[in-house]
Design a binder for this molecule. Structure first.
Ligand code: CO
Length: 132
């Protein structure tokens, strides 16, 4: 398995438009794109930051995992995403090493990338995403 860099930091927010204004207009970051990821019941906004990105996430409904996160933990850092070259291979290796996965097989995330989440129980409380 080869993690080459931090792909993005996911931040859970209640009001996406207000937070977009903060990151774009106040911090002056470049908004790369906005997208609805039906599969995860989220609306996202990606800000490019050199080699990495900031991913703002807001729920599209009360049954979204992000809605549950906001309820429990409030707004803030939700997950870290690492770039890997071979996601299927990485998941097989992690399973062998006893890591619990939320996604046993890759699924399609924001930007059409193949992604998978590790269970936070297996990653010391930090929700971890691998991104191909
Ligand atoms: Co992400």
């Amino acid at each position: 398995m080869n993690i080459s860099r931090l792909a993005h930091i996911g931040i859970a927010v209640r009001d996406l438009e207000q937070q977009i204004a903060f990151y774009r207009d106040t911090l002056g970051m470049e908004l790369a794109h906005c997208e609805v990821v039906e599969d995860q019941k989220v609306r996202t906004a990606m800000f490019r930051l050199g080699e990495t990105s900031i991913e703002l996430l807001t729920p599209t409904g009360p049954d979204s995992p992000i809605a549950k996160f906001l309820e429990k933990r409030g707004e803030g850092i939700h997950h870290l995403a690492y770039k890997v070259d071979d996601l299927t291979g990485a998941l097989a290796e992690l399973t062998q090493r006893g890591v619990e996965l939320l996604d046993k097989t890759p699924r399609v995330g924001a930007g059409g990338h193949r992604i998978a989440f590790l269970h936070p129980r297996s990653s010391l409380g930090v929700l971890t995403e691998l991104c191909e």
